[in-house]
Each structure stands twice: as C-alpha cells, then as structure tokens.
Ligand binder design. Structure first.
Ligand SMILES: [Zn+2]
Ligand SMILES: [Zn+2]
Length: 186
C-alpha cells in the first residue's frame, strides 16, 4: 500500500498512527521463498522529525513456513519485526538540514537507500520486505540441539539413530595425528 507522508514530512510536530494490512503472502529473500502463514496488520507511527524528515516506527509479528537448516524439517518461524528509521522528503538534498537533525545518530540505514519511498509516498510492502530481510535469522534451527540428518543415509537423527558409520576425520586433526604417529616411530 502507498501511504502519503507529505503532511508528516512537512508539518512540524505532526504524528500519524496507522494500522496497515500486509498484502504479501510470500517472502522472498533472493535465496528462497517462504510462505507467510500468519500475519497481523502492521502498526505504523509516522512522526515529523524536522523540516523534510520523518521517523517511521512500528512493529508487526509474522509467521513464516520455513525449513530447519540442519534437518530440513518444516517448521513455523515467528518473527517479531520492530523498526525505526528516518526518511527524508524528496525535496531535501543530502547536506541540507544539518541543524537540529533529530534523526542523526539513529538508525540511518534508510537515509541513502530509500527505495521504499516513491516521492512523498511510502510503499509499505517494500518497506516491510526490507525490515524482514534485516531481521531474518542467520540460522534457522528447529531446536538448539538439532542433530540434523545422517550424511550417509539421510535419516533425520532427531527421530532415530540409523547406525551408519558417519565418522569423518577432521583434516586438521588428521594432520596432528600424523605428527603424533611420526613422533612415536622415532
Ligand atoms: Zn532440525
Ligand atoms: Zn545413516
């Protein structure tokens, strides 16, 4: 959805609160796509932050259908997305508004990349997509001690042991062992 922020960007002290439904049903991060199985409207607070500037704050909670990185089991990933960043009006060129910059020192990742802004309009879908990306976990595990799958037969080792000989010597350990053995022979 496109939200017009021209009032918030231009009127001092202006604040608007909106609840905006998320249209996206699938999240794609360039490596995979994940179905969104539950979502709630995104709570936005838009606040004027000086001439030509606005802060976009808010939160939402989304549930994605994902797979465990180790055992590949399907699992829900519940992500609480909280955000707070500044945007500048299209009229404001970088270098302007140095005085009383209430956005300074804060999360200014969006100051240069405002691809979610279309003039004075905020593209909430693009904005939330970016925020999901930032919040996406580096590793998704069904549980902290997920045993993964057997590299030999593919058995999910959380479910059952398969009895395969999966001992793979660490090459570094092998090197140390060689030295040790060589020492013994002398
Ligand atoms: Zn797992
Ligand atoms: Zn096995």
């Amino acid at each position: 959805m496109l939200v017009n922020l021209s009032d918030v960007l231009t009127v001092e002290g202006r604040q608007e609160k909106r609840e905006i439904p998320l249209e996206m049903t699938v999240f794609e991060d360039g490596q995979g796509s994940y179905e969104i199985t539950a979502k709630e409207p995104v709570k936005f607070v838009f606040t004027n932050a000086g001439a030509g500037k606005a802060r976009i704050e808010g939160s939402t909670t989304l549930t994605f259908q994902v797979n465990c990185d180790r055992c590949l089991a399907e699992m829900p990933l519940i992500l609480k997305v909280e955000f707070g960043q500044c945007v500048v009006s299209p009229d404001v060129k970088s270098g302007d508004g140095e005085d009383g910059d209430s956005c300074q020192g804060e999360d200014v990742q969006g100051m240069d990349d405002q691809s979610f802004m279309d003039g004075y309009q905020l593209d909430t879908e693009a904005f939330i997509h970016g925020e999901i990306l930032v919040n996406w976990p580096a590793k998704i595990l069904c549980r902290q001690d997920c045993k993964g799958v057997c590299p030999v037969c593919g058995q999910n080792l959380n479910v059952a042991e398969c009895g395969c000989d999966t001992f793979v010597p660490d090459p570094r350990m092998a090197a140390i062992q060689d030295i040790f053995n060589a020492g013994k022979e002398v």
